[in-house]
Ligand binder design. Structure first.
Ligand code: TD3
Ligand code: ZN
Length: 307
């Protein structure tokens, strides 16, 4: 059906009380696996490219891959810029085929974050492109962290309300204790679901969970079995993920799980089939691992059949 606005997908998810997966890609294999998995689950999906992914694959290639991939499927698909920091690149995405952008000015002081985000909303709104912004900092929350320290890094619900009103954003990523990558928590996952529910109540916006990879045992185990080093890898358990969805999360960002799924499949072929020189046979199983990981994530999020 071609790319649709991120707004369309997220407003529906907000009304329906479910979450949609936003999966990062850097190449054809990962993108194709994501889109096929979403199609087979009949689920709406967001495919995300970071500034680094755009540098790696090239802007035109990223847009062309997503646009042609979406045209061949019958589900709503949005192309999203993840963690946009460079205003020139954000503008290029808005003009050049993306249907959703994130402005990440969360490290700047509150008022500066408001001003920068407002500029992006002004650019994106006339084209119907959705804008996501972030409040708070993405860092795991340890047990011994004091209330004051917690308040310093996590989103402030009152600030979120004023931020949403001042900027006119379409979705908000509130920091509630997750972090990017394979090592999110030392012990149990600690997510501030109460704080999340307050942000939802105050803004009523579609909310976004960054750092949502779950580091499933079977994927981490596969990478480790074939020589990868991932000691201490720890993600957001599925039960915890579902609590965040009940608390108002509508977009769940997953990158690390797919990287590891791809790597696990690749490592296995490289070690078990040392004579294989056909790239399709080397990369094919890696792609298949990503396909399975995406289907499994979509089932946990509860957006199967929502296309
Ligand atoms: O924005 N992203 C994707 C890019 C982060 C680099 O891994 C996320 O929030 C996904 O986080 P996760 O849990 O997959 O690392
Ligand atoms: Zn993120």
């Amino acid at each position: 059906m071609g790319l649709v606005s991120g707004k369309e997908i997220l407003q529906k998810a907000n009304k329906g009380g479910y979450a949609v997966g936003a999966f990062n890609f850097v190449n054809m294999e990962v993108l194709d696996a994501i889109l096929s998995a979403a199609q087979d689950e009949n689920a709406p999906v967001i495919v995300a490219a970071s500034e680094g992914a755009i540098k790696y694959a090239g802007f035109e290639t990223i847009v062309a891959l997503a646009t042609t991939g979406a045209a061949a499927r019958k589900i709503p698909i949005a192309l999203h810029l993840d963690h946009g920091k460079d205003m020139k690149l954000i503008e290029k995405c808005i003009k050049g085929g993306f249907t959703s952008v994130m402005i990440d000015a969360s490290h700047a002081p509150f008022n500066e974050n408001v001003e920068t985000t407002k500029k992006v909303v002004e650019m994106a709104r006339p084209k119907g492109i959705s804008v996501e912004a972030e409040l708070g900092r993405l860092t795991g929350v340890e047990d011994h962290v004091s209330v004051a320290e917690r308040d310093a890094v996590l989103v402030n619900p009152a600030e979120a309300e004023s931020f949403a009103k001042q900027t006119g954003i379409d979705s908000l990523a509130p920091a509630i204790g997750t972090s990017h990558g394979a090592f999110k928590f030392k012990g149990e996952a600690k997510l501030d679901i109460e704080r999340l529910a307050k942000v939802k109540k105050a803004t009523q916006l579609p909310l976004v969970l960054h750092g949502a990879s779950s580091l499933p045992e079977e994927i981490v185990g596969l990478v480790a079995k074939f020589g990868g080093k991932l000691d201490g890898a720890h993600g957001v358990p599925d039960s915890e993920l579902q609590k965040t969805i009940a608390g108002g999360i509508n977009k769940v960002n997953v990158d690390t799980d797919l990287r590891l799924a791809f790597l696990g499949g690749l490592r296995r072929v490289l070690l078990e089939q040392k004579e294989e020189i056909d790239l399709r046979k080397v990369l094919g199983p890696a792609k298949e691992m990503v396909y399975k990981a995406v289907r499994s994530r979509i089932k946990v999020l509860g957006c199967s059949g929502k296309a």
